[in-house]
Design a protein around this ligand. Structure first.
Ligand code: SAM
Length: 415
């Protein structure tokens, strides 16, 4: 018989007893190629153990309360889920249904919700997606839940069959790659998680190079961060916002209410506590100067709005400019910069609007004038850049984001 609490009070007692004190298994997903950076980020959360990295994400264990900090602080995770059924034998529908009815659904899902079920089946006898979803919805009904209440809170369950074993996880945060629902976007706007991956990779790379020097490693690391960050193809401002948020230590989840807030297991006071701990806006100004430009005036208006909505406008200088016309030496001088970083997602591909030249040529031309600058770019073809004698590509990390194959390209322009 399924474990179904007889009343709200009984359910609250069961949650207190079985959910909150227990260590939970979580699944965080990320863009392919970003897994090592995500793993480093997970290690910074309290109580995280047993991290297992797999393509496109990581599994880990942590106390229940860690989910509040995770929802607020993870920059690289595209989704965060809690596992409710793990690797249960399911080679036939009766077996699957029996396994699914054992989970304590009523402790995790509201009595009524608008449920979306995402099904993946690999190397398994049960492949009929509709049948699999039907079995899961049926199991929930056995627990007194109504998963088809269209006007109720949205919830998402992921049902995965792998080699005849079923796992089910509940989505906690929705689309974490969208930091807020009201961001103004353009056709080429990148995911905030991808922007965060590029910024993180750039900072790690600078620190690695500094530590490789024979002098005092700690001091070298501390002084490796850029003192000028410039995006000459800034579009809607995603990269500048991520660079600033990271430098100021702002929690990326501070502006969203997670779908899991509709769960009976959610504790609003714990979330508020985590918000106070992790999401307070520091008064300090960033150490680095942040500048952005774009050839398209309307795009700069969008960037201004987005940075304003994120509370970051006062830290960024934006202007309309064609990248070919920029004087990088003068910018470096004007800001007395010793470690300037060109951080950008320039136009590329046939659909790109590269104003004034084909995308590869435009970028090569712009970079070749940035003597003494480091660069961190999202670009699909690092070899096209390396063809220029002044441009040194030092690292390339292939990633797949939103179905797009691209690379994080890190390097420097010889002086
Ligand atoms: C791939 S988009 C950048 C998207 C941005 N990362 C975002 O998330 O919104 C490239 C940008 O380069 C701009 N652009 C194209 N040619 C340019 C040029 N010659 N100089 C400056 N900006 C240019 C386009 O207007 C576009 O906004």
């Amino acid at each position: 018989m399924p474990h179904v609490p007889s009343s709200d009070a009984a359910r609250a007692r069961a949650i207190k007893r079985h959910v909150w004190p227990a260590r939970q298994r979580f699944v965080a997903t990320c863009a392919l190629g970003v897994e090592p950076l995500l793993t480093d980020e997970l290690r910074t959360l309290d109580g995280v153990e047993a991290i297992v990295t797999r393509p496109g994400g990581a599994l880990f264990e942590a106390p229940f309360d860690t989910l509040y900090a995770a929802l607020l602080r993870l920059r690289l995770a595209e989704s965060l889920r809690v596992s409710l059924v793990t690797s249960a034998a399911a080679s036939s529908f009766p077996m699957l249904f029996d396994q699914l009815t054992r989970a304590r659904w009523a402790l995790w899902l509201p009595r009524r919700c608008a449920l979306t079920v995402r099904v993946v089946s690999r190397a398994s006898r049960l492949r009929d997606r509709e049948g699999l979803e039907h079995a899961l919805r049926g199991a929930l009904r056995q627990h007194g839940l109504d998963p088809d209440a269209a006007e109720a809170a949205p919830m998402t369950l992921h049902l995965r069959l792998e080699s005849d074993r079923a796992s089910v996880s509940l989505d906690l945060g929705g689309a974490l790659y969208r930091r807020s629902g009201d961001k103004w976007v353009s056709r080429t706007t990148i995911r905030e998680t991808t922007a965060a991956a590029l910024v993180t990779a750039a900072l790690n790379h600078a620190a690695d190079r500094a530590q490789a020097r024979p002098d005092d490693a700690a001091a070298a690391r501390a002084s490796a961060a850029p003192d000028l960050v410039f995006d000459p193809f800034c579009g809607s401002g995603t990269l500048l916002a991520e660079a600033l948020e990271l430098e100021l230590g702002l929690a990326p989840g501070r502006r969203r209410q997670p779908p899991f807030a509709a769960s009976p297991a959610w504790r609003q006071e714990r979330f508020r506590h985590a918000l106070r701990q992790h999401a307070s806006v520091p008064d300090a100004a960033p150490r680095a100067r942040h500048l952005g430009s774009d050839a398209d005036a309307e795009t700069i208006t969008i960037a201004r709005r987005n940075l304003g909505a994120a509370g970051l406008a006062q830290h960024v200088q934006l202007e309309v400019a064609r990248a070919q016309a920029l004087d990088f030496a003068a910018l470096k001088r004007a800001h007395a910069a010793e470690r300037p970083l060109l951080l950008s997602n320039p136009p590329y591909g046939r659909a790109a609007t590269a104003i004034g030249a084909p995308p590869d040529e435009l970028l090569r031309d712009v970079l070749s004038h940035a003597h003494g600058w480091r660069f961190a770019l999202l670009f699909p073809d690092p070899d096209a850049l390396a063809r220029h004698a002044r441009i040194e590509v030092e690292r390339r990390l292939p990633v797949v984001t939103g179905g797009l194959r691209i690379a994080l390209v890190l390097g420097s322009v010889r002086g």
